[in-house]
Design a protein around this ligand. Sequence first.
Ligand code: ATP
Ligand code: MG
Length: 133
Amino acid sequence: MSRTLAIIKPDATERHLIGHITNRIERARFKIVEMRIVHLTDEQAREFYAVHADKPFINDLVAFMTSGPVVPMALEKENAVEDFRTLIGATNPENAACGTIRWEIGRNIEKNSVHGSDSDENAAREIAFFFGD
Ligand code: ATP
Ligand code: MG
């Protein structure tokens, strides 16, 4: 078993899609082992997305991620990181594979409804960020 960190982003919580997304996650055989609803501060969003600190879109991304509640979750499954990235699809919903969560409900490259860790190392760091060790 391995773990990944998922976040339901503000564009999805605003549209009352928490239940829809958690349902899709459970139907894909992920076990939700931790879950909270939080409103990130500017400082927390910058820390979480520190790898993107130098990107041109960082200020917009932080503004978006602090614009409403988000739902971080620790998910458990064999091959959790890769399988969850498969379930959510490409960063830009326009390029996301048919049937993926971003294809279904993502609005654009920024407001793409869900986050998924991109490696086991980052999953551990991101789970600790929200839920401790
Ligand atoms: P996430 O880390 O949220 O799972 P990702 O790994 O698919 O997404 P990253 O490259 O890590 O994509 O980008 C992090 C987030 O920054 C994206 O999910 C999106 O919300 C935003 N983002 C990425 N690229 C752009 C861009 N070119 N313009 C605006 N926002 C962007
Ligand atoms: Mg990423």
